[in-house]
Design a binder for this molecule. Structure first.
Ligand code: OAD
Length: 240
């Protein structure tokens, strides 16, 4: 990466009063949490689209819960890394800052980020499939799979699956932040899953400078103002 480009992006970020950030699984990779796609991302040869769906859960709740339990165990062992912490610093420095994440791992909360728009929910939340009760359960591994609600029915993970609506209001807020941002950072996402993947192009059309940080090129790389390839835990603290 040419240093001059990185310096230009760094200055652009430093002078922006309004910043929005979109993160994906790649920001937690250096914390030891497997990403969905790419090396080490698959679980027993299933693709996320085969497990993270209401249909998969209806067909085989045990299989889907085993996958979530595996991910919960990996997350329980993990802590935030320098990239999560860099975003906390950025939030403290900016008058207007919005963190939008596709991650359900809670590591932005653990690092100390204050305002987080969780597009895909939270892996520690459980929701009853019958009575709709929801609660937090941090046990990993779970002691029964599938876990049960107090009413006796099966619980499901409190996350958003393919084909489901995002939590009401959250997408609107994310879009407003993208439209208002002077700088929009996209970190560690393969840019394949919508509607999250529409946010960076939308920010750019609305006038933001878009900066991507990813290990490798993505569908965004050609449409952003700056694309830097490397580890988020290395690049983000330098950019901030
Ligand atoms: P993916 O697993 O699709 O992509 C992870 C991205 O992170 C890839 O582009 C990697 O190149 C990049 N990456 C890996 N390690 C990195 C590192 N150390 N530093 C920077 N980048 C790194 O994850 P997402 O894009 O988050 O949705 O996936 C989007 C959604 O698909 C998820 O929220 C989940 C999944 O299925 C649902 O479950 C609904």
């Amino acid at each position: 990466m040419p240093d001059a480009e990185f310096e230009k992006a760094r200055r652009r970020l430093a002078s922006a009063a309004s910043v929005a950030v979109l993160t994906g699984a790649g920001i937690s990779a250096e914390s030891g949490i497997p990403t969905f796609r790419g090396a080490g991302g698959l679980w027993k040869n299933f693709r996320p689209e085969e497990l993270a769906t209401p249909e998969a859960f209806a067909r085989n709740p045990r299989l889907v819960w085993e996958w979530y339990d595996w991910r919960r165990q990996a997350i329980a062992k993990a802590g935030p890394n320098p990239a999560h912490r860099g975003l906390v610093q950025l939030e403290q420095a900016k008058p207007r800052f919005t963190l939008i994440t596709q991650n359900v791992d809670g590591l932005h909360d653990a690092a100390g980020s204050r305002r987080i728009l969780k597009l895909h929910g939270d892996i520690w939340h459980l929701r009853c499939t019958a009575c709709g009760a929801d609660w937090i359960d941090r046990r990993a591994p779970l002691d029964t799979i599938p876990p049960l609600c107090a009413c006796g029915a099966q619980a499901r993970p409190g996350v958003v699956w393919f084909g489901e609506m995002l939590p009401p209001g959250i997408l609107d807020e994310a879009q407003r932040a993208a439209a208002a941002a002077q700088v929009f950072l996209v970190i560690g996402t393969s840019a394949l899953v919508y509607p999250a993947a529409a946010l960076a192009p939308y920010a750019r059309r609305s006038g933001a400078t878009v900066i991507e940080i990813n290990l490798e090129p993505t569908p965004f790389s050609d449409i952003v103002d700056f694309a830097f390839h490397g580890k988020a835990g290395d690049l983000l603290p330098k950019l901030v």
